[in-house]
Design a protein around this ligand. Structure first.
Ligand SMILES: [Zn+2]
Length: 265
């Protein structure tokens, strides 16, 4: 303001040029942001089934969250060049999972590491297609499997959502700005229901989930998230109590488009 006042007092024409330049920069900046927003909207509309099911205002909020997530993370390619498409779709996956919750970016996890395909894990020494490593603060994904799983939206196999679910589970327990955000009462109910269903799985009588869900509660949650988004109608039908608790925890219900972002009550 001081600079503008000085320019205006000493040189009225200079002041006019000064303000005209500021106006032009603002218009160019606004136009560039609008163009980026449109490009992102088209990209998500084309490539992301979940996004297509949202209402207009929800899409706008979804895009803002995607941009925020990409800005928050360091993306690293291992044997693959990281593209804007990769950043956008991986961010969209994280936002899909957390869209009903207050805006969050899985803050503990500062890095997203992308491999082209299956890779040898530094943590376990064996081959993986994805993992979450809280010590390294990293979410690791095979791009081939990430995209391959999204290409089939209803088989309850989704590597991205599975790993983001692990990250969310950790994030809820790691003391930081994003901590203890999952409703404690619902978590308690969820643990009881998950234990009961795990016993069905161990007895070879799973009502829906693949056997891997019975490994432990972390894996049960990650697998349940895959079913929650990809076979939500069957999940709600076969395991209604568990579905209701998960919808309450994540504050969204994928069986009710376009109200996914609306808090489940
Ligand atoms: Zn897992």
């Amino acid at each position: 303001m001081l600079l503008a006042a000085t320019v205006q007092n000493d040189d009225p024409i200079g002041a006019m040029i000064f303000f005209a330049c500021i106006g032009l920069v603002a218009i160019v900046h606004y136009a560039a942001k609008r163009s980026q927003g449109k490009e992102l909207d088209q990209h998500l509309h084309r490539s992301f089934t979940y996004y297509r099911g949202l209402s207009g205002p929800q899409r706008s909020s979804f895009r803002a969250r995607v941009v925020g997530f990409v800005e928050e993370k360091d993306f690293h390619g291992r044997g693959i060049e990281v593209t804007r498409e990769m950043e956008t779709l991986i961010a969209a996956c994280a936002i899909q999972l957390t869209f009903g919750l207050p805006e969050m970016a899985l803050a503990h996890f500062t890095k997203v590491v992308i491999y082209p395909d299956r890779y040898r894990s530094r943590m376990t020494g064996s081959d993986h297609i994805g993992e979450v490593n809280p010590g390294m603060r990293a979410i690791v994904l095979s791009w081939k499997h990430f995209t391959g799983d999204y290409a089939i939206p209803d088989d309850a196999r989704n590597l991205g959502l599975h790993e983001m679910a692990h990250a969310l589970w950790f994030e809820n327990r790691i003391p930081n700005d994003e901590y203890d955000f999952l409703d404690r009462t619902l978590m308690q109910e969820w643990r009881i229901l998950a234990q009961m269903e795990a016993e069905h799985i161990h007895a070879g009588k799973s009502r829906l989930f693949r056997d891997y869900a019975g490994t432990n509660q972390e894996e049960f949650f990650a697998v349940a998230v895959e079913y929650f988004f990809e076979q939500s109608v069957q999940f709600k039908k076969e395991l209604p109590e568990l579905y209701k608790v998960m919808a309450g925890m994540l504050k969204q219900d994928p069986t009710l488009p376009p109200l996914r972002g609306i808090v489940f009550r």
